[in-house]
Design a protein around this ligand. Structure first.
Ligand SMILES: [Zn+2]
Ligand SMILES: [Zn+2]
Length: 324
């Protein structure tokens, strides 16, 4: 079980006031101007994209993401991972199920909006003549019956009469089966999530699909998992030479090695020709070219070490010269 906390505040396109969302519904009403903001499934999906769920799913409980969204609706969106609540909420309807992966329960929504009811009028002194005004909160600008002046109700009174609803933290309990999580990552995950999947997944079909991801880290992670010939063949076709070189170091069928030994890239060719299976198949060539003392995988670290040694030498030299 996973649990998320969602909160959403829209900006009313009519009056520009913030409109806190208190329930997951297809309509949200602006309390300030009465405008009904349409929130069909496509809008919810646009605000809470699959990638966002994946990102938050990978976080620790108590952390999450919040952001401003500008577009057909302007909104403040926040999604957190939380501990699974003990109580159960309402069952998800089609709308919720349409954008929350694996949702089984919804908690924390405000009860349905009460019908607007006539409020008890409040007495307020006219700002111009001091005469008593009856104010019911339906209009902010009130005409005085005594002096015909128009009074603009002060903030405090207006808010008293029209309480601004708060943004609700709506909890969503989800049960996301492994295959659905994998499908989400394949479809919407970023490269880091795909690389992680590549190094942990056991399903050969998923690994083959990951081989099509045009990313070096993903493909390099797959090289370590490429025990099956089909995956090896796919990786041998990679456009990235580092991937082909890493593959050439592995135990491979000879035909794949032969291809890599003729690769357009020198490093890949060299790696394939250093592979024991290839050398066994080409004893004459192997004899002529003894195994390299430092295979290319050591080249970069060795250069770095050399550079460090030179730097240390130079610093020691300067130190000695200064101490004299
Ligand atoms: Zn409004
Ligand atoms: Zn007056």
């Amino acid at each position: 079980m996973e649990s998320f906390q969602l909160s959403l505040s829209l900006r009313c396109s009519g009056c520009q006031h913030p409109v806190p969302v208190q329930r997951i519904e297809a309509f949200v009403t602006c309390q300030a101007c009465g405008e009904r903001i349409s929130m069909p499934l496509s809008r919810w999906q646009g605000l809470f994209e699959p990638g966002l769920w994946l990102e938050v799913l990978a976080m620790e409980p108590g952390t999450g993401r919040s952001m401003q969204v500008w577009g057909s609706v302007n909104a403040s969106v926040s999604l957190c991972r939380v501990d699974v609540p003990e109580e159960r909420g309402r069952a998800p309807d089609e709308l919720v199920s349409g954008f929350v992966p694996g949702v089984v329960s919804v908690l924390g929504e405000e009860a349905a909006e009460p019908m607007p009811q006539a409020r008890e009028p409040v007495f307020f002194a006219c700002l111009s003549c001091g005469g008593g005004l009856k104010v019911d909160g339906s209009e902010r600008m009130v005409g005085c019956q005594h002096c015909e002046a128009s009074c603009y109700l002060p903030d405090g009174l207006w808010r008293e009469l029209n309480p601004v609803p708060r943004v609700r933290d709506i909890a969503l309990v989800c049960e996301i089966p492994e295959h659905q999580r994998v499908a989400l990552i394949l479809e919407h995950g970023d490269e880091e999530q795909k690389a992680q999947l590549a190094s942990s997944c056991q399903d050969p079909v998923v690994l083959e699909r990951l081989a099509e991801v045009d990313d070096e880290d993903v493909q390099l992670a797959l090289v370590g998992r490429a025990d099956e010939r089909r995956l090896q063949l796919l990786l041998a076709l990679s456009e990235r030479w580092k991937v082909r070189r890493a593959l050439a170091w592995r135990e491979l069928d000879l035909d794949i090695l032969e291809k890599l030994a003729e690769d357009g890239d020198g490093d890949v060719r060299e790696a394939a020709r250093q592979n024991n299976a290839w050398r066994a198949a080409h004893p004459v060539v192997a004899l002529a070219t003894p195994p390299a003392e430092s295979p290319s995988m050591w080249r970069e670290p060795l250069l770095a070490l050399l550079l460090v040694l030179v730097c240390v030498g130079v610093f020691l030299g300067i130190g000695l010269a200064l101490s004299r």
